[in-house]
Design a protein around this ligand. Structure first.
Ligand SMILES: [Zn+2]
Length: 284
């Protein structure tokens, strides 16, 4: 659309205001690198789940355990949902995580839960793709921008039903593991962490773009469960998300989820997240 209004005479002055970071994290506990490293070096694998291509699987991670999402056979993006294992109404809050940290997350960042809890569900403790940083297109890895591919958007844009979008994969996985109906499970599916996905906004039109993921077999991202978690991971039908999504035309690969238990002695100084301090009276 052409712009319908001429810039005012002071347009350049208005545009020259300095950006400020919206949220200062100065008062939050800093990422305790030494504590997590002590726990990591003591941990032993206690479970694993293989997520088949164009499908999803769920998994449980007790508080104080780690889990890894591992690339095994080829470059593959994963869409991750996380819930409080004891209350599915508390789940990962992609939007606030983005506001508190950045559009893409890596080691030291936390995955926050929705209101009214707003507490860390998990902390990222290792990311073999942390070298990627920001490329010349402005893209990064592990985004909390995108929502998840879904059959509704696909129907709206392409006029066909496709049943293996991440939204449907996650719905089937949660329905199966929680023994609830598809309709009920679908209400719990939320905006994801796009694991291994390489994305950004175009510099000229600020449109969301994706490019082939730099992930290779052996790469992993690792999380520490700050509370008891249920997770679900979908292997996106977009594969490496370098060409398409929401169809069966792209090469897709499995992903591996590994659960690790650290030696409890390494966690004596670990404090599970406190309840949020807001009174919830909303001014009344
Ligand atoms: Zn997807």
């Amino acid at each position: 659309m052409p712009k319908l209004n001429q810039p005012p005479v002071d347009a350049e002055q208005r545009r020259s205001e300095k950006p400020i970071i919206c949220y200062s994290l100065d008062k939050l506990p800093v990422y305790d690198h030494d504590l997590y490293e002590r726990a990591r070096t003591s941990m032993k694998k206690c479970d694993e789940t293989i997520v088949a291509p164009r499908d999803a699987s769920s998994f449980n991670v007790p508080a104080g355990h780690f889990f890894r999402i591992v690339s095994t056979e080829g470059p593959q993006v994963g869409d991750l949902n996380l819930w409080n294992a004891n209350d599915l109404s508390e789940h990962f809050f992609s939007g606030k995580t983005r506001q508190l940290h950045a559009s893409h997350v890596s080691t030291g960042d936390r995955l926050w839960s929705n209101l009214p809890n707003l507490r860390p569900l998990a902390t990222i403790t290792h990311d073999t793709l942390d070298w990627y940083g920001w490329d010349e297109d402005g893209a990064g890895v592990h985004d909390v921008i995108g929502t998840r591919c879904d059959p509704y958007t696909n129907s709206m844009l392409n006029g066909v039903d496709y049943h293996h979008c991440c939204h449907s994969n996650l719905t089937r996985a949660l329905a199966s593991t929680e023994n609830i109906s598809l309709d009920e499970a679908e209400t719990h599916i939320h905006d994801v962490l796009n694991v291994f996905m390489c994305t950004g906004f175009t510099l000229d039109t600020h449109q969301y773009f994706m490019k082939a993921s730099p992930v290779r077999p052996g790469d992993f991202i690792e999380f520490f469960a700050e509370i008891d978690l249920v997770g679900a991971l979908s292997t996106c039908p977009g594969g490496n998300c370098g060409s398409s999504h929401s169809d069966d035309s792209t090469a897709c690969y499995p992903l591996l989820v590994e659960i690790y238990k650290p030696n409890e002695s390494t966690l004596v100084d670990w404090q599970p997240p406190k309840a949020n301090g807001y009174t919830r009276t909303h001014g009344v």
